[in-house]
Design a protein around this ligand. Structure first.
Ligand SMILES: [Zn+2]
Ligand SMILES: [Zn+2]
Length: 419
């Protein structure tokens, strides 16, 4: 027997409806804000990711990279923003759009050690708003994600917010932070000792017990922000307060990808363990230019679907949300009634009723047992006798009550089923 590779999962029908529900809610809500769906390729030139998310980040180091038959280096996408910006530049959308709003849904790939809440193929839902530097964009994005989570009834979550400044003011902060960390180098965990030189900010993201006390006392970025970055952040905070969106400013918050600038945020679920961020995002005002387009500010976020589903379940949202079973089952008993069954099923489906038609040789009682097990409310019985009499029997599986409906009187059937 061949098993699925390590770190990837089948999403069986009993669970896929949960995914579908969340995805439907996302497309529905985001489109109300003017976002349209974009679908980009699953793999790209490796260079695209190295130039955007950075080769030294966890995501950059853990890519699925391979050579195609012509020897080109390609990688499965570890995230979607790089591809979307590549598409924006490639199709010169900056000529047409003042603010280009898109959302996406799909699989991402990272070669990481599989653990709870972390798979090698995982799913993200995200948005990008490209073209405007205004802090109002930041406010809208955070407000939208909060509305989304509330709409799903995600309990106990909060927004962590920070500004990591622009390239110039961040450099000054990084120097200060490096100086501070070097004073405590011996007490840092081995990973952070290495990070300290090349990836200084990421030390702030370390969860290890050794690093925690040092991080807590580390200087925050706030006082190092330049005037423009500081004013921008102030407007974002004020906008969110005015809208009544709750958030916590955390001046040690950093993100795992290199391209972020200014506002960054995470949505934290209190129902998850160590991997507690269900959503992360921020501005990336330099990325369009870095990838060959004109200087264009932008912002986005992505939601980890697996983590979101876990948080929803832990918070009491049933995974059966979004799962609609069939409303009716058509019970046939011989070849002749089968043809009638197709006819009846065809009518019901055209009326929008989810209906299952028998395909087996089972008898009456065995089929009724099956309908009960499937928890289908209505059974339509079609046997030889019913066909002779020109009727179909409608059985309410909850009460056991039955009544005959004249063949063709589908108005009566619709009335009974309330469709
Ligand atoms: Zn700045
Ligand atoms: Zn550490």
């Amino acid at each position: 027997m061949i098993h699925s590779p390590r770190g990837v999962e089948d999403i069986l029908p009993r669970r896929s409806s949960f995914y579908q529900w969340v995805e439907r809610e996302a497309s529905f809500l985001f489109s109300r804000y003017g976002y349209e769906e974009i679908r980009t390729p699953t793999f790209e030139e490796t260079n695209l990711f190295l130039r955007s998310i950075g080769g030294e980040t966890d995501a950059g180091k853990n890519m699925y990279t391979f050579q195609d038959k012509k020897g080109r280096s390609l990688s499965l996408r570890p995230e979607a923003t790089a591809s979307i910006i590549r598409a924006y530049v490639q199709h010169k959308l900056y000529r047409e759009e003042d603010l280009w709003r898109v959302y996406y849904l799909g699989s991402m790939f990272r070669y990481e050690r599989p653990q709870r809440g972390r798979l090698r193929e995982f799913h993200q839902i995200g948005v990008e708003a490209i073209g405007q530097a205004s802090p109002w964009v930041d406010v809208e994005l955070v407000e939208m994600v909060v509305r989304f989570f509330k709409g799903l009834s995600l309990p106990r979550f909060y927004i962590r917010l920070n500004s990591i400044g622009c390239r110039s003011c961040r450099a000054g902060y990084e120097e200060k932070l490096k100086e501070y960390l070097k004073l405590h180098l011996g007490s840092l965990c081995p990973v952070c000792r290495e990070r300290c030189e090349v990836n200084t900010l990421r030390v702030l993201d370390c969860k290890s017990d050794e690093c925690q006390p040092i991080i807590k006392k580390a200087p925050g970025i706030e006082e190092y922000l330049c005037e423009a970055c500081s004013a921008h952040f102030e407007k974002v905070r004020r906008g969110l307060e005015d809208l009544g969106v709750e958030f916590t400013v955390d001046s040690h918050l950093v993100r795992g990808l290199d391209y972020y600038t200014r506002t960054i945020f995470e949505t934290i679920s209190c129902d998850l363990g160590a991997q507690d961020a269900v959503c992360g995002g921020g501005r990336y005002d330099d990325l369009v230019e870095d990838l060959g387009g004109p200087a264009t500010p932008a912002m986005g976020f992505s939601i980890g679907v697996e983590r979101l589903l876990e948080a929803l379940e832990k918070g009491g949202v049933e995974s059966s949300r979004g799962k609609e079973g069939a409303v009716a089952y058509i019970l046939t008993l011989d070849g002749r009634s089968q043809i009638k069954g197709y006819e009846l099923a065809g009518f019901m489906r055209s009326e929008g009723v989810k209906v299952e038609l028998n395909m087996s040789q089972r008898g009456l009682s065995s089929q009724l047992k099956l309908v009960n097990r499937k928890k289908i409310r209505w059974t339509l019985i079609l046997g030889e006798k019913e066909i002779e009499e020109g009727i179909v029997i409608l059985r309410d599986m909850d009460s056991g009550k039955q009544e005959a409906i004249e063949w063709g009187r589908w108005d009566r059937l619709k009335e009974k089923l309330k469709v």
